[in-house]
Design a protein around this ligand. Structure first.
Ligand code: PBG
Length: 353
């Protein structure tokens, strides 16, 4: 009905006045941005960004145990047995989620100063990857390359004279990456922030015949307090104790430095780059995407999940709406996809439309 869009006939008697007090010609205001927002169909038509299931990467925690064990600081997230991880992979594939990320909770007894379990054949990560790829070959699997789940001090590398030794750690990471590729991992994600590791890992993968295995580097990864619940989940929190990772992860004060990190990782052969954490670092996502125009991902980390879940469980936030809003915000900032513990929830919501 046309009348629906016509203003009521009672037009103002005097000439219209603009917000800043000037007289204007014709109807005020001529430009009304609210017109395009007026109906659902125009809002859909002019939407600049869209979130789809193809944008989601789902991190899963695995452990040796039989049953699922809840992560206290991440309500709704559980450490899964291998059988349950396979089930989750099936569900993810059915929902259309393209990629899973596997994180292990290693038994304390297997943790060593040099993280040797990281390069032990058939370790928990390898078995999880192999089981998932066997049962659900069509889904992508990503593995972190870093030693923190495997070290008794909780750092991402080996420690020499009180400092995480860069080059020695990189040599171990190369072996870890090849081992994971042998297990069937599709995407190697160095999350350790050692210098020069992407190039060395690329060379090691190629030398072992894995030139098709992709590298998604945690290129701009910050020394963030938002990783707390993750460290809880993989059981590295007590190992790390009061220590921090500031000698290798980036200072939250820095932004230009993130561009240098990304430039180096790309030059060393990274296929995709990641910014982490997510929401407080959308400015970094935007700068990285604008500068390099490369596949760029963001990690909505454990602390962001905990924050949103906690508020939603208290009835302070609308869970489904904040999930979709925050994920869309990553897309708007320039991310091609997001690692998020909400991936399954979001995929279901998106399927509902
Ligand atoms: C391991 C790693 C961390 C995360 C991903 N890989 C923790 C850390 O660096 O201490 C954080 C993920 C999250 O908080 O959800 N290097």
């Amino acid at each position: 009905m046309v009348e629906r869009l016509r203003r009521p006939p009672a037009a103002p008697a005097e000439a219209p006045v603009s917000d800043n007090g000037e007289r204007v010609h014709g109807q005020f205001p001529r430009v009304r941005l609210r017109r395009n927002r007026r109906d659902a169909w125009t809002r859909r038509l002019v939407a600049e960004h869209r979130l789809g299931v193809d944008d989601l990467i789902w991190p899963l925690f695995v452990h040796e145990g039989g049953g699922p064990v809840p992560v206290a600081s991440m309500p709704g997230v559980e450490r899964l047995s291998l059988a349950l991880a396979v089930e989750a992979a099936r569900e993810a594939a059915d929902l259309g989620i393209p990629l899973l990320a596997i994180f292990p909770q290693i038994e304390q007894a297997l943790k060593r100063p040099d993280g040797s379990e990281a390069i032990a054949p058939n370790n928990l990560v390898c078995r999880a990857v192999a089981a998932i790829k066997r049962a659900v070959p069509g889904i992508g699997v990503l593995c972190d390359v870093a030693l923190d789940p495997f070290t008794d001090h909780g750092h991402d590398g080996v420690i020499r004279q009180g400092y995480v030794a860069n080059d020695e750690t990189v040599a171990i990471l190369c072996r870890q990456a090849v081992l994971q590729a042998e297990a069937g991992c599709d995407v190697i994600a160095p999350s350790d922030m050692m210098d020069g590791r992407v190039g060395r890992v690329r060379d090691a993968l190629d030398a072992a015949g894995f030139e098709a295995v992709r590298i998604m580097s945690y290129a701009a990864k910050y020394a963030s307090a938002f990783f707390g619940p993750f460290r809880d989940a993989i059981g590295s929190k007590t190992n790390l104790g009061l220590a921090d990772k500031k000698t290798y992860q980036m200072d939250p004060a820095n932004s230009d430095e993130a561009l240098r990190e990304v430039a180096l990782d790309l030059a060393e052969g990274a296929d995709m780059v990641m910014v982490k954490p997510g929401m407080p670092y959308l400015d970094i996502v935007a700068r990285v995407k604008q500068r390099f125009a490369m596949p760029t991902f963001a990690y909505q980390v454990s602390g962001e999940y905990a924050m949103m879940k906690g508020a939603a469980l208290n009835g302070w936030l609308d869970h489904d709406r904040v999930v979709l809003e925050t994920l869309l915000a990553f897309k708007r900032a320039g991310a091609d996809g997001v690692l998020t513990y909400f991936a399954r929830d979001a995929a279901k919501l998106l399927a509902k439309g």
